[in-house]
Ligand binder design. Structure first.
Ligand code: FES
Length: 198
């Protein structure tokens, strides 16, 4: 190899090494912010934890709300009359046996609850996410003459019965969701964990 060829070969080797080092440094520099964006924030972790609800003062026929993961959770203390009413309007419902809805296994039935007296739902309409309103009075003509009692979504008129089951011919496609939960005492609900997981 001539001296000129030796110089060219050394220069080519230097440029190759320099380019590789700069390229690797660039990859490290871009990898760090990318990885750090995957770390969950303390707020996100806090939002995911279970919450307790004291239901000791919740009277029969009343609704209370608590927040879990930034969503409203509806808890209804149902009367025997409300529970009896669940049996007589399956023909009005899109999914009366809650086959398609999102819920823990214990809620796959007409009552959709661990203890039928207490209904626990995520208060978010399954259409576009508005907050359904409590309309518990049977036959409330503000909603419909044959209204079985339940929840009415003011945004586009979706209707759900007293187990959060969606009626036919409304925009919402699914029953309201039931979150995971369990009773830690007769008057305390823990929302965000089911009994098995707890
Ligand atoms: S968001 Fe409830 S009906 Fe559209």
């Amino acid at each position: 190899m001539s001296e000129a060829e030796n110089v060219d070969e050394s220069r080519r080797h230097f440029l190759l090494v320099a380019t590789t080092v700069v390229g690797a440094a660039g990859a490290v520099a871009t990898a760090i912010p990318f990885l750090s964006s995957w770390q969950p924030s303390a707020r996100a972790q806090a939002l995911g934890g279970p919450v307790e609800a004291d239901i000791s003062k919740l009277q029969v026929g009343e609704l209370m709300k608590v927040e879990w993961r930034g969503q409203a959770i509806y808890i209804v203390h149902r009367s025997q009359e409300m529970l009896d009413k669940l049996k007589d309007h399956d023909g009005m419902l899109r999914d009366p046996n809650s086959e398609e809805s999102e819920q823990p296994a214990f809620a796959k039935n007409a009552q959709r609850a661990l203890n039928p007296e207490y209904l626990v739902l995520i208060g978010v309409c399954t259409h576009l996410g508005c907050a359904p309103m409590a309309k518990f009075k049977v036959g409330d003509t503000d909603v419909a003459a044959d209204w079985p009692g339940g929840f009415y979504c003011p945004c586009h008129g979706s209707k759900f019965d007293l187990s959060g089951r969606v009626l036919k011919d409304v925009p919402a496609p699914l029953n309201l969701k039931v979150p995971p939960y369990y009773f830690s005492s007769n008057t305390t609900l823990v929302i965000g964990l089911d009994k098995g997981a707890a």
